[in-house]
Design a protein around this ligand. Structure first.
Ligand SMILES: Cc1cc2nc3c(=O)[nH]c(=O)nc-3n(C[C@H](O)[C@H](O)[C@H](O)COP(=O)(O)OP(=O)(O)OC[C@H]3O[C@@H](n4cnc5c(N)ncnc54)[C@H](O)[C@@H]3O)c2cc1C
Length: 420
């Protein structure tokens, strides 16, 4: 499929960037009868898509109330309202179901393929792009965009040029640059007269100072409460799922608080308290613990705690509560029981910082919303240019909201660019 030189060819629509937004734009434009070329600088499509949802691809969020849906975007929610009304989560789910991907709805309305495999999503696009005769050009980084009289005349690749009637830029943001989206295109877009709202990393994992956290690598905790503290005062809290990794903590609940934690770090030290049983008070946790102790009086404390938390955490908890791991449950003093119950409701950690661009899930900033028509995704500056996906100054929470904005804007751009 890769071609060396495309000088002689002309297309109806040229889509730049083969991520979720670009694949959707290209497919919709082709389904609507356009001759489409899709340019991707990598040697494969959807490199970032394959990493989404921990490889499971959280395709969208089943929030069908559009007013509520837009509240999940720190920027761009209102801008997206029309795109969602044309192609929102419901249509997205139907779209994937029709292409053969069965979906399921998990906690917090997160939608995943039943097979838990992001590759399936990519393969379905590859198949249908081929079926709709979209020409896919790999190893094709757009190096320049040539414009005259507010219209793009051609795009220049390292190995040729492409001309088309319409162009859709879908090159993503600048996070996780190993996947291809490095933000290099911003300067070309600025050269066209567009404003780039300065990009900053968003949905970022957090690193911790505490040694115990390093021993927790690979452990995930569901439904715990995270209380964020500064100057001995609770600032805010969040409930959800977290994952300990070699670099610190991540997972939906952490990603969603990272922006606010970043703001607090600018003012001083930030402490996080983990409450492992947010739905029980201290007395209830103590009772749970004591019930297990009664049932298994001859087991070790570490073993008893493994009934309540993952094994790796049980060891850490014993140390924090200052109870010997191998102590027999029956021999635990009242003070030791209380100490364990208290620790289950109150594990403290100190934030050392936010991880940067390399691990940020999305980019805050990008092409200014003021310069894009929200009904068509058409540039208000260049006559034959459209944008879709994360290159636009849109960013959502963790939970399928970012891919949804790619599907919606991609759909709209692909459709609008086809109308001649
Ligand atoms: C680890 C991780 C997990 C995530 N999980 C989820 C999730 O489960 N659900 C969710 O909703 N969101 C998730 N996201 C966010 C989501 O992946 C992005 O918002 C989405 O991929 C953006 O799509 P896009 O098409 O705009 O850009 P990208 O996916 O970044 O694709 C842009 C493409 O353009 C290409 N490109 C860039 N510059 C050029 C150029 N000059 N010429 C040619 N090609 C170029 C790149 O190589 C790339 O393939 C996750 C992100 C990360 C990093």
């Amino acid at each position: 499929m890769p071609k060396e030189d495309t000088k002689e060819q002309s297309f109806d629509v040229a889509v730049i960037g083969g991520g979720p937004a670009g694949m959707m734009s290209a497919l919709i434009a082709a389904e609507n009868g356009s001759k489409v070329i899709l340019l991707e600088k990598n040697k494969q499509l959807g490199k970032k898509l394959l990493l989404t949802g921990g490889g499971r691809c959280n395709i969208t969020n089943a929030e069908f109330n559009l007013r509520k849906l837009v509240e999940n975007y720190s920027k761009g929610g209102e801008f997206l309202f029309h795109a969602f009304s044309v192609f929102g989560p419901e249509k997205t789910i139907n779209f994937f179901n029709k292409l053969g991907i069965e979906t399921k709805i998990e906690k917090n309305n997160r939608v995943f393929p039943v097979d838990n495999d992001a590759r399936e999503v990519l393969e379905v696009f590859e198949k249908h792009l081929k079926k709709n005769k979209v020409e896919v050009l790999f190893n094709s980084e757009v190096k320049d965009i040539v414009c005259a009289k507010n219209n793009i005349k051609k795009i220049v690749l390292q190995n040729g040029e492409v001309t088309a009637k319409k162009y859709i830029i879908c090159t993503g943001g600048k996070s996780y640059s190993l996947t291809g989206s490095d933000g290099a295109i911003y300067k070309l877009v600025e050269k066209l007269g567009h404003t780039i709202v300065p990009p900053t990393p968003a949905l970022v994992p957090i690193s911790l100072k505490d040694e115990w956290a390093k021993k927790m690598q690979g452990i995930s905790l569901n439904n715990l409460k995270i209380i964020v503290i500064q100057n001995n005062k609770k600032q805010f809290s969040e409930q959800g799922e977290i994952l300990f990794t070699h670099f610190g903590i991540t997972g939906p609940a952490i990603l969603n608080i990272s922006g606010k934690v970043g703001d607090l770090l600018g003012k001083g030290e930030v402490t996080i308290v983990f409450d492992l049983f947010p739905d029980l008070n201290y007395q209830e946790v103590l009772k749970e613990l004591e019930d297990i102790l009664v049932r298994y009086p001859n087991r070790t404390v570490k073993n008893i705690l493994s009934f309540l938390v993952p094994e790796g955490l049980a060891e850490v908890l014993c140390d924090m509560a200052q109870v010997k791991r191998e102590k027999i449950a029956n021999n635990m003093s009242k003070i030791e029981r209380a100490s364990v119950a208290k620790t289950l409701k109150n594990i403290e950690a100190t934030v050392s910082g936010l991880l940067g661009w390399d691990l940020a899930h999305v980019t805050m900033g990008g092409v200014s919303l003021k310069e894009i028509d929200h009904k068509t995704m058409k540039s208000k500056i260049i006559g034959n240019l459209y944008f879709a996906g994360e290159i636009i100054d849109i960013d959502g929470k963790s939970g399928g909201f970012n891919l949804q904005s790619c599907w919606s804007t991609g759909y709209l751009a692909g459709k609008s660019a086809t109308i001649f």
